[in-house]
Design a protein around this ligand. Structure first.
Ligand code: ADP
Ligand code: DAR
Length: 346
């Protein structure tokens, strides 16, 4: 790890927002600061220092990091989200405000729909700075709270520790469970003590799932086959409301829901479909013109850093902060309608 007082020597091929905005002046101004949980600048930037191919390169160790190290986080947040230090995030989780009839009622294109939010618990460090004891206690408190859910949200918690490799790999293959943290999360300190304190809660149908202590302390997920986006969003908002009766989430009037990676701040929502677009796949220029117009992101079908398979893509909203949850899902829905129209025309 870099010395406390050494300004990182970023090579010319480093193009992360960390490289772009961490000047020597900002480094010197922040290098001796620390948050109440002892999280320091060198901790926040370590992932981007060792992974020079990072897109962003920084993680917060607690809510306070975003304010203690604002001289670095603010320009990164402004660049990525177009969100200024004086802006206020506004949430709207009301499904009645969403205009999203199923874009593919015949099931010709959309294989599945998934909408997730990241959440972290108030008055605790985030994953990069949490202690093993705090993380284990959080796993117990959150899994106990989830096991009290009733009706269609009722389910079971499965700790990662002790899970058979066969079950774990099948859950990942079936798109339900997180992969073991990548090198970016590793360098951020998010994989410490793995697999202890991590696990997954899900209902019998696997349409409602909660990841515990991966990149964020909760990833609350609603998913199902087909394109009934509104039904998926409604289930998610109901679940969030039920969990929030038992758990206080870390929230800021300025930044919305607090997450370890600044890319997820605000709504912390990613609304996606797995969609087959074999004709558009042959014309990526047209494909990307549509996804750009509707503020969409293209991922492979096994999530971040994966590739498309068989002309099937993971299409999701790119905007997270400075827009409401309804707008995130509306972005995805409206973009998917345009993609299907184009695919039909080819
Ligand atoms: P996140 O969405 O939590 O940021 P990833 O992009 O890595 O994380 O995706 C996590 C998992 O969710 C992966 O297994 C991915 O295949 C799965 N997934 C994402 N979107 C969908 C979808 N629309 N249908 C089915 N599985 C999905
Ligand atoms: N790999 C890191 C994170 C980028 C956003 N993805 C998250 N948070 N999963 C990077 O800086 O590229």
């Amino acid at each position: 790890m870099e010395q406390e007082n050494d300004f990182p020597n970023f090579p010319p091929e480093c193009h992360s927002l960390l490289c772009k905005y961490l000047s020597k002046e900002i480094f010197d101004a922040l290098k001796d600061k620390q948050t109440r949980y002892g999280f320091r600048l060198t901790d926040a930037i370590h992932s981007g220092v060792v992974n020079i191919d990072s897109g962003i390169g920084v993680y917060a160790g607690d809510k306070e990091s975003y304010f203690t190290f604002a001289a670095l986080f603010d320009p990164i947040i402004q660049d990525y989200h177009g969100f200024d230090p004086v802006d206020k995030h506004v949430s709207n989780l009301d499904p009645d405000d969403l205009d999203a009839p199923n874009p593919d009622p015949e099931g010709e294109y959309i294989l599945s729909t998934r909408i997730r939010v990241g959440r972290n618990v108030a008055n605790l460090p985030l994953g990069p700075a949490i202690s093993k004891a705090q993380r284990n206690r959080l796993e117990k408190d959150l899994s106990d709270a989830l096991m009290t859910l009733k009706g269609t949200l009722a389910g079971t918690y499965y700790p990662l520790k002790g899970m058979s490799e066969g079950i774990r790999s099948q859950l990942i293959e079936d798109h339900f469970l997180f992969k073991t943290g990548d090198r970016f999360l590793e360098a951020a300190g998010l994989n410490r003590d793995w697999p202890e304190g991590r696990g997954i809660f899900h209902n019998d149908e696997k349409t409602f799932l909660v990841w515990i202590n991966e990149e964020d302390q909760l990833r609350i997920i609603s998913m199902q086959q087909g394109g009934d986006i509104k039904e998926v969003f409604t289930r998610l908002t109901t679940a969030i409301g039920e969990i929030e009766k038992k758990v206080q989430f870390s929230y800021s009037q300025h930044l919305g829901y607090i997450t370890s990676c600044p890319t997820n701040l605000g709504t912390a929502m990613r609304a996606s479909v797995h969609i087959a677009l074999p004709k558009l796949a042959k014309d990526m220029e047209t494909f990307k013109a549509i996804t750009d117009k509707y503020h969409l992101q293209i991922r492979g079908i096994h999530g971040e850093h994966s590739e498309s398979e068989g002309g099937v893509y993971d299409i999701s909203n790119r905007r997270r902060l400075g827009v409401t949850e309804v707008q995130c899902v509306q972005d995805m829905h409206d973009g998917v309608v345009a993609l299907i129209e184009k695919e039909k025309s080819l």
